[in-house]
Write a protein that binds this ligand. Structure first.
Ligand code: UD1
Ligand code: CA
Length: 454
């Protein structure tokens, strides 16, 4: 089999989305639609993928994986015109070019692979992937001759009433012999309802030249769904969520309520982890085995070790090692590492900090810009005073330190290993290892004061 090259059309604005963002960058399952298509192409074995971009080209380039080649279509004159822009990039290539659209985020690598193999075996110069749609509105319709052979594709806007009743549609996915594709494209005109150069016209041109063209019908219409509107985006989103949840359950993850569990496409979860309702796992989040996550957690780019128990927590760009217990009502912010068995209790915020093994932050604390050792106990309401209005300063706390309740640690400041700090202290100077620091006003009792007041 020849080596697979894919061309992904992504230059359109997506007018029907009514958005400043190019359509193909709208996310489904937490990932830009175009990236889903790129990933499916790669999974199907594509050695090169070329994205044709136009509207907000720079923004698209920056949002997708770096190994995707980019060709710019300055003016969007139609899908045929878009493919034509890749002529230079493909000039030394031979064999099969698969054309895909950037607005079909449900494609799977398996489907593309099967389609490519079928095209390769058939000996056709062009094959179109078709599907029977429950609602074919908007799609190009597949016109077959009396003997069932593919004749041509008619766009919805150009179709007659009778043609519009056909539910077999063009998925927008094709395999072409490269030479035939470009020689036919040179003949494609724009005499149609939209005044555009239609890629599907290539099939008609090749057929009239006596070349073999084919239609490959997939049973799985859902995977070919194109997104042109916000409504269709929501439908695609739902399919991706359902697929991901099913995949996780098949891998041994318990989802207490799949309907309220939202897991992005690239998230990894270990087996025997239980996910409670109302949980969002986003971006490149990776969760270990045997964890209990949720209810009501939102993790974005978070790494969690095995057997962690985390509830009612928002965490982003941070790491929690094995055996941590976190929550409820916790915010873990970027650049934070909670080492093994750290405990973070209710109403605690941790930011840009390293928290050592087995350390406890049980209640009502703000810990920012802090390097904390292992075995530390932070009393209720202790805070790091990290910001002087201009600069953020770090707090350093040694192993096994014991910080009393309601302490302010005014950074930059260091508390040594094994030191104690009395409750209610405001610490502004270094506390040496194993010392006790008390920094608060002495208590004065005035005996009988209340009686005199009466
Ligand atoms: C297209 C097909 C239609 C098919 C449908 C499947 C044509 C003429 N029609 O219609 O037969 O059923 O896809 O979803 O091909 N694009 C460019 N440059 C352009 C125009 C479009 O890159 O000049 C890109 C768009 O960004 C989009 C893709 O091509 O990703 C498809 O374009 P779109 O306008 O959505 O075509 P449809 O009307 O859906
Ligand atoms: Ca489309």
């Amino acid at each position: 089999m020849s080596e697979l090259i894919t061309v992904i059309l992504a230059a359109g604005k997506g007018t029907r989305m009514k958005s400043k963002l190019p359509k193909v960058l709208h996310k489904a399952g937490g990932k830009p639609m175009l990236q889903h298509v790129i990933d499916a192409a790669k999974g199907a074995g594509a050695k090169r993928s070329i994205a044709v971009v136009g509207f907000e080209a720079e923004m698209v380039r920056e949002a997708i994986s770096v190994d995707t080649e980019i060709v710019v279509q300055a003016e969007q004159l139609g899908t045929g015109h878009a493919v034509l822009q890749t002529a230079e990039a493909l000039k030394d290539e031979k064999g099969t070019v698969m054309v895909l659209c950037g607005d079909t985020p449900l494609l799977t690598a398996d489907m593309l692979k099967a389609f490519y193999e079928a095209h390769d075996k058939s000996g056709a110069k062009a094959t179109v992937l078709t599907a029977i749609m429950p609602d074919a509105t908007g799609y190009g319709r597949i016109i077959r001759s009396a003997d069932g052979m593919l004749q041509k594709i008619v766009e919805h806007k150009d179709a007659t009433e009778e043609e519009r009743s056909i539910r077999e549609v063009n998925s927008g996915i094709y395999c072409f012999d490269k030479e035939d594709l470009f020689s036919a494209l040179a003949e494609v005109g724009c005499d149609n309802a939209q005044g555009e150069y239609y890629l599907p016209d290539v099939l008609d041109i090749l057929r009239s030249r006596g070349e073999k063209i084919a239609a490959y019908a997939t049973e799985d219409y859902e995977s070919t769904l194109g997104v042109n509107s916000r409504l269709q985006l929501a439908e695609a989103e739902k399919v991706l969520r359902t697929r991901k949840n099913r995949e996780l359950m098949e891998q041994g993850v318990t989802l207490m309520d799949p309907a309220t569990t939202y897991v992005d496409a690239d998230v990894v979860v270990g087996n025997d982890t239980v996910i409670y309702p109302g949980t969002w796992l986003e971006g490149n989040t990776v969760i270990g085995s045997g964890c209990e996550i949720g209810p009501n957690c939102r993790f974005t780019d978070v790494k969690v070790g095995d057997e962690a128990v985390v509830s009612f927590t928002y965490a982003h760009e941070c790491e929690m090692e094995a055996g941590v217990t976190v929550g409820p009502y916790v915010h873990i912010r970027p650049n934070t590492v909670l080492k093994k068995k750290v405990h973070v209790g209710n109403f605690v915020e941790v930011k840009n900090s390293n928290i050592g093994e087995g350390t406890k932050l049980p209640h009502l604390s703000y810990i920012g810009d802090c390097d904390m050792g292992s075995g530390v106990n932070m009393g209720c309401g202790t805070i790091t005073v990290n910001y002087d209005g201009k600069i953020k300063h770090r707090t350093v706390i040694g192993d096994n330190a014991f910080i009393g309740c309601n302490t302010n640690l005014v950074a930059p400041v260091t508390v040594g290993d094994g030191a104690f700090v009395g409750a209610g202290s405001t610490i502004t100077k270094e506390v040496p290892a194993d010392a006790l620091a008390v920094a608060r006003a002495h208590q004065k009792n005035i005996v009988g004061w209340a009686d005199k007041r009466k």
